[in-house]
Design a protein around this ligand. Structure first.
Ligand SMILES: Cc1cc2nc3c(=O)[nH]c(=O)nc-3n(C[C@H](O)[C@H](O)[C@H](O)COP(=O)(O)O)c2cc1C
Length: 368
């Protein structure tokens, strides 16, 4: 039986860049968060100061379910990198609208401009209406992943080889040499999605597997599955998990905020979003995937972030983060209601507790 690997490194923190309007919950509750550039530049600086390693931008091409305005992810990532000095920014890229040639070139240039601080998140699409609106063919679920895998193989080939030659069903290259290549280290390749096809792709080609929020038990199942397959393939993959954080001085306050978010949810938008994403998950041959079992309450947060239960006091949250680490998670990807204020609070109150718990565990392990 596969056993979860305990990550020896400190757990890493990423935050969702609110480059799409409406925040990270489909609710009419007040969100002191803005999708504009000035707010986001300041947020990136606060996050870097607070101890976050990464920021993740989102890609959306059209409105839907409350996200009326959407800044493009690669250009926006560069703006955040220009405003910071240590933070790595992960730019979401959607095969279909992007091809690997353009993505490889854009990201190599940004890498050169930012001393290698750019990474990519290859997403495979869930929003068929968006594809229809921009005239892109909507492929079947597993075909989307077959295309994404070729996309990732192409990106890595272009970034690492001269005279790159590749014969895929979606992309072809003949003696292609990209100059300049990315600066310093290769941009890390993340991917999002939890279906069988997503896991198998992670076990073959991705550096990082991002999954929706879930309990440690359910995350463990995914981690064991992916890492066992990756070992068979001679590949290794790191794991990032989504969570929506509500950290307050008391647990009652935190739970009350969660209740208000759900009470003020926009039911039409949540149901329409649920319909769209459940179709995306169920369309996978095994009928699983992100959102397959999500309830109305879960769907109020776009990526099931309440399920991870980082809701409570800083101590409770720190303990739950370390429990995620124990099942093999390398990175917590976090969303907040009031981003600037709460990222700062998280950096002051939660991250030091996580580091203290990690240090105590290490001491115990050494003593044993
Ligand atoms: C952390 C994370 C970030 C994602 N970001 C985006 C995004 O910016 N744009 C997008 O269209 N889809 C995004 N997705 C959706 C995935 O690419 C994928 O289509 C979805 O999770 C369904 O995958 P599944 O059927 O394999 O579970 C994201 C998913 C995750 C888990």
């Amino acid at each position: 039986m596969a056993v979860a690997t305990i990550a020896p490194e400190p757990i890493r923190f990423a935050y969702w860049v609110p480059n799409v309007s409406g925040g990270l919950v489909i609710s009419k509750i007040e969100q002191r968060t803005s999708w504009d550039a000035a707010y986001n530049r300041r947020l990136a600086q606060i996050a870097e100061e607070a101890g976050f390693d990464y920021a993740l931008t989102q890609i959306r091409f059209t409105a839907g379910y409350g996200a009326e305005y959407q800044h493009e992810s690669v250009a926006f990532s560069h703006a955040l990198l220009a405003a910071t000095s240590r933070l790595k920014v992960i730019a979401a890229i959607l095969p279909g609208p992007w091809n690997p040639t353009l993505a490889a070139k854009q990201v190599a240039t940004i890498s050169q401009l930012t001393e290698g601080r750019i990474a990519v998140n290859i997403v495979s699409g869930w929003f068929s209406g968006e594809f229809r609106a921009i005239g892109e063919p909507w492929l079947d679920h597993d075909e989307r992943y077959r295309r994404s895998e070729e996309f990732i193989r192409s990106l890595r080939g272009i970034w690492t080889q001269d005279n790159f030659t590749f014969r895929g069903d979606f992309y072809r290259y003949t003696n292609y040499t990209l100059k300049p290549k990315p600066a310093q280290s290769l941009p890390e390749i993340f991917q999002g999605g939890s279906s069988r096809a997503a896991r198998d792709m992670a076990a073959r080609v991705s550096d990082w597997y991002f999954t929706n929020g879930n309990t440690p038990e359910n995350i463990r199942t995914q981690v064991d599955d992916i890492r066992a397959k990756a070992r068979e393939n001679g590949h290794s993959v790191k794991i990032g998990v989504n969570a929506f954080v509500i950290a307050r001085d008391t647990e009652e306050e935190a739970r009350a905020v969660l209740q208000q978010i759900i009470d003020q949810a926009d039911p039409e938008a949540v149901k329409a979003f649920g319909h769209e994403v459940k179709n995306a998950g169920k369309a996978s041959p095994e009928g699983e995937g992100n959102w397959a079992t999500s309830s109305f309450e879960d769907l109020v947060q776009y990526n099931d972030g309440f399920k991870t239960n980082l809701i409570g006091t800083p101590d409770q949250i720190a303990e739950r983060i370390v429990a995620l680490k124990d099942v093999g998670v390398d990175l917590a990807l976090l969303g907040f209601l009031h981003f600037q204020e709460e990222v700062k609070y998280f950096g002051e109150r939660v991250i030091p507790r996580v580091r203290a718990l990690e240090a105590a565990r290490e001491r115990r392990a050494e003593a044993a």
